[in-house]
Design a protein around this ligand. Structure first.
Ligand SMILES: Cc1cc2nc3c(=O)[nH]c(=O)nc-3n(C[C@H](O)[C@H](O)[C@H](O)COP(=O)(O)O)c2cc1C
Length: 390
């Protein structure tokens, strides 16, 4: 029987990420919802990510004292209240006004690291200022390597000055995934077509929150393309700047210039993972970009065991793509990841109800991790090593 999801507007009443997703679906215009949810081509990758998590069955242990549990996690990029961090997602301002700030504040309050995207709608400095109340909150910056390396160097320096502990270099998106929904929704470059405009006109809550105050920009790029550039101009600039020559030598170049934690995001192959270790990165993110890039890519959780073997503890492993439940984080942890990055899970929260929604998303996943760990008969994350996979 198909279960009914929460149909109201109070994020505190959402009991699963699926409820926040339903709330977001009711609030967002069609084109923004597709931006959040969709993948590349036939979205086989998006579905395979969930299917791979769902197919993993665990063998719980019993008669173990689980009264005192701990899920706190030490990442190379700082401590976390749980084996999770908020991953980088660009242009969040299209989902909620100042969504990056809402997410960063929710993460800081929850004691979880937050990764700001280069292509965020809020700047490095504004996010740092908005989370000043939590001085210990780890902030990471995701980097796209632009052809103009001066841009990259400036972004790094700004991150350093604003107290970001970690850089996350994204390696799997120098060429954009083939996103058919995008081509269908827009007439010309990123201009919603008539059908979408009509639909957007009915989304009054979104219009009041996102459209009326002025459409979001890519604030981190203001210095390079000018504050007055429209999001369209900026998107064109970004596409021109994406560096398809990106290669391992660039990772070494970055390593020489960044003495904080360096995280490489975009690994699915065990040899690539070993190469990353040789380049001196601190962590890798096993990811298929949430199915938004190569549609045929292996689900990251399926790629994880071989990568964990190849890395052999020489670098930290993080994982994302398809995480919607606390149990997914535990499965990833059992297979060798230190923790997971949350993409759409927290985006659904913020798109549903801003900071309160993002907080709720983090609380849902955190409590599912705690509950799941207890049900597996483990008092700590390390005890997951005793859990067999069926
Ligand atoms: C709307 C959206 C925007 C994203 N933007 C970026 C980005 O700017 N940089 C990046 O490295 N990854 C980006 N990602 C990928 C996420 O960091 C992450 O890899 C992915 O969302 C994980 O899959 P999940 O959403 O199924 O959890 C984006 C993902 C989404 C859903």
């Amino acid at each position: 029987m198909k279960r009914k999801l929460y149909s109201g507007r109070n994020p505190a009443r959402a009991v699963a990420i699926a409820d926040l997703q339903a709330m977001a679906r009711r609030r967002l215009p069609h084109f923004a919802l597709e931006y959040l949810e969709c993948g590349a081509e036939d979205e086989l990758g998006v579905h395979a990510n969930r299917a791979a998590f769902e197919a993993l069955r665990l063998v719980p242990r019993t008669l173990r004292d689980v009264s005192a549990r701990s899920i706190e996690t030490q990442f190379k990029g700082g401590n976390s209240a749980a084996p999770m961090a908020v991953g980088p997602t660009g242009f969040n301002g299209m989902l909620w006004r100042d969504a990056d700030i809402a997410l960063a504040r929710a993460a800081a309050q929850s004691g979880v690291p937050f990764c700001l995207a280069t292509l965020a709608s809020a700047s490095i400095e504004r996010v740092a200022a908005a989370t000043r109340e939590w001085p210990a909150a780890p902030r990471w910056l995701q980097l796209y390597m632009f052809q103009d390396r001066q841009c990259t160097l400036e972004l790094m320096q700004r991150a350093r000055d604003a107290g970001y502990t970690s850089l996350v270099l994204t390696t799997d998106a120098t060429v954009y995934g083939n996103r058919n929904w995008e081509a269908r929704n827009y007439r010309g470059f990123k201009k919603p077509d008539f059908r979408n405009l009509l639909n957007t006109a009915t989304c009054w809550r979104w219009l009041a929150n996102v459209y009326a105050p002025g459409l979001p920009r890519f604030e981190n790029l203001d210095g390079f393309i000018g504050k007055r550039a429209s999001a369209l101009d900026a998107a064109e600039w970004i596409e021109r700047q994406m560096d398809t020559t990106l290669a391992w030598r660039d990772v070494e170049w970055l390593r020489e210039r960044w003495d904080g934690t360096l995280i490489l995001k975009g690994i699915l192959d065990a040899d690539d993972a070993s190469q990353a270790v040789r380049c001196g990165v601190d962590s890798i993110v096993v990811t298929n970009h949430g199915g938004r890039q190569l549609d045929a890519a292996i689900p990251s959780v399926a790629a994880l065991p071989a990568i964990a073997d190849a890395v052999g503890g020489r670098a930290e492993i993080l994982l994302d793509s398809g995480v919607r439940r606390g149990m997914d984080a535990l499965k990833a942890r059992r297979l060798g990841a230190q923790g997971v990055l949350l993409g759409r899970a927290t985006l659904y929260g913020v798109a549903a109800a801003g900071e309160r929604g993002a907080l709720r998303a983090l609380e849902i996943i955190r409590s599912e991790i705690d509950n799941g760990l207890a049900q597996l008969g483990c008092a700590s994350l390390d005890r997951l090593a005793d859990i067999a996979i069926a």
